[in-house]
Design a protein around this ligand. Structure first.
Ligand code: ATR
Length: 275
């Protein structure tokens, strides 16, 4: 049977094996999908071992997405832009690296949350790997403006410089959190790592336009600190990143197997479980 896995460190709590098993059952694909713990200094060796044992593809998670980018022989344009890889596919031509995180985010917002990004003013919070991975897919949705705000403003400025040529008709700008005073947005996406330390980014009030959506790329049991802060600040809608997790998985599954699973029942089951 074709073998796939998610590789990371730590990996025990990954939901990917459950998600992909559900996709396989639903689409009638014969495959096994495991969780692989790689030593922090042994990512490339673990990938090689899995591949030589007949593995067909890997999802890559923390902290190996940058290493996976260097390891790939060929990259999709979106993985190249992201500078990070979350999906590897092994074939006769070597190792192909893709990044489905941004596509997963955009699909969750547009399709599951029914919130079109076209023509909206979007604020992306954070300028690390997670933010960089979603800039190009967000620009692809033709927002009227994309502002990247980060605690360390120089990192946001670097992203704007990097993606400026691909902004199309969208206005792309960078700032620190304090400079957001007096501005408002239709869609605010939290790509900072603040939730990991149970914090929300320190934002000025009044960021949310009427009907705005506040989206946290993180998820947990119940609302994240960012979602709670957004609601206090008047966001009409809030969402966590569980839908993004399922959608990025579906996009990887499609790359490997050529069929796109129906994500709705899988997301619903996962949601019921973490509540
Ligand atoms: P990741 O790959 O998860 O994006 P990263 O590259 O280390 O991780 O980036 C972490 C991001 O979260 C950065 O944008 C960081 O802001 P700085 O560049 O100023 O460090 C942001 N971040 C982390 N903790 C934060 C907090 N408590 N408040 C606001 N931003 C935070």
């Amino acid at each position: 049977m074709d073998r796939y896995a998610v590789i990371g460190n730590p990996i025990a709590h990954s939901k990917s094996p459950r998600i992909h098993a559900a996709f396989a059952a639903q689409t009638g694909q014969q495959l096994v999908y495991e969780a692989l713990l790689a030593p922090l200094d042994g990512f490339a060796a673990a990938v090689a071992e899995f591949r030589h044992a007949g593995g067909r593809g890997l999802n890559v998670t923390v902290p190996f997405k940058l290493e996976a980018h260097s390891l790939a022989d060929r990259l999709s344009p979106r993985a190249e832009a992201a500078g990070a890889v979350n999906t590897l596919a092994f074939d006769g031509d070597g190792i192909f690296g893709d990044n489905t995180d941004g596509a997963g985010l955009v699909r969750d917002i547009r399709h599951n949350l029914n919130y079109p990004i076209e023509g909206r003013r979007v604020l992306l919070l954070g300028a690390g790997g997670a933010a960089r991975g979603v800039v190009l897919p967000l620009l692809g949705e033709a927002p009227v403006a994309l502002t990247i705000a980060n605690r360390t403003v120089t990192r946001a400025e670097e992203l704007v410089e990097r993606f400026g040529p691909q902004a199309g008709a969208a206005t792309l700008d960078a700032c620190g959190f304090a400079a957001l005073v007096g501005r408002d947005f239709d869609l605010v996406i939290n790509a900072t790592a603040a939730s990991l330390s149970d914090q929300a980014p320190d934002l000025p009030p009044g960021l949310y336009a009427p009907d705005a959506l506040a989206y946290d790329m993180m998820y947990g049991r119940g609302d994240t600190p960012f979602m709670r802060a957004a609601r206090r600040d008047g966001a009409a809608r809030t969402a966590d990143g569980l839908g993004m997790l399922v959608e990025q998985a579906a996009e990887s599954f499609r790359l490997w197997r050529g069929v796109r699973p129906d994500t709705a029942p899988v997301l619903e089951a996962l949601r019921a479980e973490i509540m």
